[in-house]
Design a binder for this molecule. Structure first.
Ligand SMILES: NC(=O)C1=CN([C@@H]2O[C@H](COP(=O)(O)OP(=O)(O)OC[C@H]3O[C@@H](n4cnc5c(N)ncnc54)[C@H](O)[C@@H]3O)[C@@H](O)[C@H]2O)C=CC1
Ligand SMILES: Nc1nc(O)c(N)c(N[C@@H]2O[C@H](COP(=O)(O)O)[C@@H](O)[C@H]2O)n1
Length: 226
């Protein structure tokens, strides 16, 4: 059974995830970061693209000691399984996602990844090879499902999220819209890459909830199945 895919991003009022040079920006306030931590703690796994690892060096750990303790009481590991979608095996061996906090890591690579880099990563993570040039996200979800993962939070960035949407694999999207304008036509957005041209290809969403948080607003969308 494939995991349910829940996308979460924070964007500026003009829809940007970071600056045009891909520098991380604090968009969420404390209340929203706490919500993100709860969402992550409720999921079996959390994924980012290699672009986010190289730009932000996130750890993707659960930050709240109470939430980590709750997971352990429930017989779950302290942190969700941390997953990097990394076609060419470019994850640095000292990346925070590999060295901070206990628990399983999964790196999903394509057949084009350098075998020596893949072998080096195997010392720190389970490696899934799926897809010829790009990572085949559908196969990755199948493999994660076989590992018992039922829910996957996708934290970004925009290229990876577009990949999940394009493949029809995203189930829910949380967008926190903060009270800043970042600007720049080349700054990352929720769904980067080539985008879609035909209206029939656009993902269709149903608005499930709207909540004021900090100085912004949280939108919770369900992705319509076509
Ligand atoms: N505000 C927020 O909530 C967040 C912001 N960000 C920002 O996003 C930026 C990074 O985003 P991106 O550069 O778009 O990188 P990304 O994190 O989306 O990674 C994209 C890369 O993943 C690899 N990939 C392999 N297979 C793929 C597939 N099937 N589909 C898509 N990608 C695949 C490709 O090498 C691709 O270039 C950073 O500036 C970061 O700060 C990232 C996460 C959350
Ligand atoms: N939810 C949210 N709000 C913001 O304002 C952000 N800048 C981000 N960024 C993403 O959060 C991840 C950080 O992970 P760790 O704290 O290192 O575990 C990372 O993927 C950022 O891009 N998110």
């Amino acid at each position: 059974m494939r995991p349910r895919v829940i996308v979460n991003v924070a964007m500026s009022a003009d829809g940007k995830l970071s600056t045009r040079e891909r520098r991380q920006v604090k968009i969420s306030g404390n209340e929203d970061f706490a919500r993100v931590d709860r969402l992550k703690a409720g999921c079996d796994a959390v994924a980012v693209g290699i672009g986010t690892v190289l730009a932000d060096d996130p750890s993707l750990t659960v930050k709240s000691p109470d939430l980590r303790a709750e997971r352990q009481r429930e017989g779950r590991p302290e942190h969700p399984v941390r997953v990097v979608i990394d076609g060419r095996a470019r994850t640095p061996p000292d990346a925070s996602i590999l060295v901070k906090g206990d628990g399983l890591r999964v790196i999903a690579v394509s057949e084009r990844a350098d075998p020596a880099k893949v072998e080096a990563l195997r010392a720190k993570a389970a490696v899934i090879t799926a897809g010829k040039d790009e990572v085949d996200l559908s196969r990755v979800l199948d493999e994660l499902g076989q590992m018992g993962i039922r829910s996957l939070m996708v934290e970004g960035g925009g290229t990876l999220i577009a990949g999940f949407i394009r493949a029809g694999l995203a189930d829910e999207i949380y967008t926190y819209i903060g009270s800043i304008v970042i600007g720049g036509k080349d700054a990352p957005t929720l769904a980067d890459g080539g985008g879609w041209i035909r209206e029939s290809d656009f993902a269709r969403l149903v608005l499930a909830d709207v909540t004021r948080i900090d100085d912004g607003v949280l939108l919770h969308w369900m992705v319509k199945r076509t």
